[in-house]
Write a protein that binds this ligand. Sequence first.
Ligand code: NAD
Length: 356
Amino acid sequence: MHKTILTTPDGASYPILTGSGLLNTAGAEIAAIKAPCRVMIVSDKNVAPLYMEQAKKSFAGAGFTVSEFVVNPGEESKSIAVFGALLEAFCEAHMTRADLAVALGGGVIGDLTGFAAGCYLRGIPFVQLPTTLLAAVDASVGGKTAVNLDHGKNLAGVFHQPLAVICDTDTLQTLSQHEIHDGSAEAIKHGILDDTALFEIYEHGDPESSYEEIIVRSVIYKSKIVTEDPNEKGVRKLLNLGHTAAHAIERLSDFGISHGHAVAIGTAIVTRAAVRRGLLAADAGERILFTLRRAGLPVVSPFSPDDMARIAAIDKKAAASDITVILPEAIGRCRMEKIPISALSALFADGQEAPA
Ligand code: NAD
């Protein structure tokens, strides 16, 4: 088992545990830092049949009083309606501020549960038990929580740090290739941002036998960034590499293109744009595109630069008339650049695949 401690400047400090068999010991790990209380385990209809009983047994065995709340799988559950239903379920279970919400699932369950835990009674503690590669390398760490609104992705949410993150790498065995690819996009993103060795696992290594290392490297990097900038006022914006286009692509596809796949396309777009603008060497750009493809990810957007820019303009990260975009300068180093929203379409156009 590997342990990383994330400490934020405002005093939050929590362990991130990664390893095999941790679902069985999660209850005991939490009992060591939290007195026995009510626990509501939130999951979805794909994950619950696989891991709910194991999770319940783990927490009940450690002295917690356990109930469950299971939602439909997929992005549709990151909605105000499901968020409201979860808050009502907390009430029905008589949850107090001394009690605990537990997210057992992927990024959807983590974001939904974290947001509900952050709002219920002005905030109750919650624990992340990520079961997708994407949630393990990214979504479960850092305290960003949200649901979607009709106007866009993640438009309602709070920063609410978990009490602990416990990733049982055994749960990744039941993921489909599509979901593995999704998580790979965020891990490759971390490699491009900061960690060449992580990038190279995807470029010429064997990711399938390296998930623990991939998760630990990602968690260490993300913890470093969140420690410096928990509320995304500065350096944390780097983690949005590829995300301006990605959120637009998710919405334009009516969420038919999943988050990780959209991030891969978004990363390919800013990579090509950085090469065309002389910020990134052409061979580094080629390595990034090759590595995304090698990980089974798409690198071409089915939507026009104008359509993506129109949707991105109403993304919450657009402050006033400017937007911060992240551009790779080398593998392992990226820069933030504030550009007028009116310049976004030209950036996306520079990021299109050159005609053959
Ligand atoms: P997800 O939660 O929808 O999971 C993907 C699919 O995998 C679902 O169908 C789920 O039921 C299934 N699944 C989960 N674990 C499984 C397992 N072990 N075995 C079999 N099936 C399993 O999606 P995701 O890709 O994990 O996360 C995407 C979400 O995360 C998006 O909403 C995105 O916005 C969010 N996100 C949040 C952050 C953050 O910092 N909060 C960061 C990145 C992404």
